[in-house]
Design a protein around this ligand. Structure first.
Ligand SMILES: [Zn+2]
Ligand SMILES: [Zn+2]
Length: 403
């Protein structure tokens, strides 16, 4: 039997084990940078495969190597994030969170399970593939500055240096069994914008004696959208959204101050810098023109995420072999952020999606909601697919480096 079939069969046979792992992780979620039990569990599982995990990288990160034939011939990195979110789980399932107020609502339990599963398969079949797989179990995707940037600083991309990084994320909008890919620009940079507009408050009946920060702030909000509609090149996607606008007066009392919070997202570093500069200038000068002031505070987030086109194309055809052409879907641009982007800035990277939706079973909730869950049939695909794609890409890298 060929290797693909053997991996698929083994993956199916291991499904109950993968399900157990996912249930354990889901029931014991931990917040960003606090993944201590999760990391210990991951390390234990890796040791049970005969691997030698390195623990405590970037705080709670775990890294391990699996060597096939000619291990120095090619190195590929596979990444899973391990952190959960501060959300109270609303699902009534036997594996519901036992850590009240903390929940795996972004599927990072699934990513960790998939990578552990891929590791087991890769280990079992190690005499059939070439190169080295570097497993990267990463802390804190959900919280700035993000675990990825810390791991990179701590040398996760060195010694041995992976020439590729591959990451997987659940997709609640994609039916279970299907896999999504996108070449090139995929996810956005995310910067946080905090504005404090100051004027002079007082009686709402006497506007002539005041400098109304509510009106100034309203003008600023409208004016800032002009930057997106007038200064941005239309072909260059970008989003500016404000979700918080606090003017803490009452019907007839105008406050001294208004605070505004929002997010600026784009797919282009030059535009990101220019946009932030224009936002700052517009907010400050608009407030000044109206007699007040605006203090602008920008907190830089993750960079944009780009999927290297050639790598993505090769992984896509490996996935076609694994799940069939009909089960591959094209992904749209998504203006969400993801700290996997940091890897994509340094090495050829691909971030793809694992379908987990099942309308017939009522599994339709989005990530970051208290009812998020997956159709676990996704675990019959996720781990084996990741192993297979890694094997195929390693073969490509080894061949192109000369036999
Ligand atoms: Zn998330
Ligand atoms: Zn996530």
């Amino acid at each position: 039997m060929d290797l693909l079939r053997r991996i698929q069969d083994r993956s199916l046979a291991l499904f109950p084990h993968f399900q157990q792992i996912r249930h354990h992780l889901h029931a014991h979620p931990e917040l960003s940078f606090e993944e201590f039990q999760t990391a210990a569990f991951v390390a234990q599982e890796l040791r049970s495969m005969g691997l030698t995990p390195q623990e405590g990288i970037g705080g709670t990160g775990v890294v391990a190597l699996i060597e096939g034939k000619n291990p120095q011939k090619a190195v590929i990195g596979l990444r899973a994030d391990m952190d959960a979110l501060p959300i109270l789980e609303a699902n009534d399932v036997p594996y519901a969170s036992q850590n009240l107020g903390v929940m795996h609502a972004c599927g990072h339990d699934v990513h960790t399970t998939s990578l552990l599963g891929a590791a087991r398969i890769l280990t079992e079949f190690r005499e059939f593939w070439t190169g080295t797989v570097k497993l990267v179990f990463q802390p804190a995707e959900e919280k700035a500055p993000g675990g990825a940037s810390i791991l990179i600083k701590e040398g996760v991309l060195d010694n041995p240096a992976p020439v590729r990084m591959v990451g997987q994320h659940v997709a609640p909008q994609i039916p279970v069994g299907k896999i999504g890919f996108r070449e090139g620009m995929y996810m956005a940079s995310t910067d946080e914008i905090y504005l404090t507009v100051r004027g002079k408050g007082g009686h709402g009946a006497a506007p002539d004696q005041l400098i109304d920060p509510v009106l100034i702030a309203s003008h600023i909000i409208v004016a800032l959208q002009q930057i997106i509609s007038r200064n941005r090149r239309p072909a260059n996607p970008s989003v500016l959204s404000f979700g918080r606008f606090i003017a803490d007066g009452v019907t007839n009392v105008i406050p001294d101050e208004v605070t505004i919070e929002g997010t600026f997202r784009c797919l282009d570093e030059a535009w990101r810098e220019e946009g932030l500069r224009r936002i700052t200038h517009m907010a400050e000068t608009m407030a000044q023109a109206m007699g007040g002031t605006c203090e602008v505070n920008i907190v830089k987030g993750y960079p944009y995420l780009k999927n290297e086109p050639n790598l993505t194309r090769r992984l896509r055809s490996a996935a076609e072999q694994y799940v069939g052409k009909d089960n591959i879907v094209d992904l749209d641009l998504w203006m969400g952020g993801e700290d996997f982007a940091y890897y994509s800035q340094v090495v050829d990277a691909c971030f793809y999606r694992l379908g987990v939706r099942n309308e017939a079973k009522g599994i339709i909730s989005g990530v970051h909601t208290p009812t998020f869950d997956i159709d676990e049939d996704a675990l019959t695909v996720g781990p084996g697919l990741m192993a297979w794609m890694a094997i195929q890409e390693l073969a490509f890298v080894a061949e192109s480096s000369g036999a």
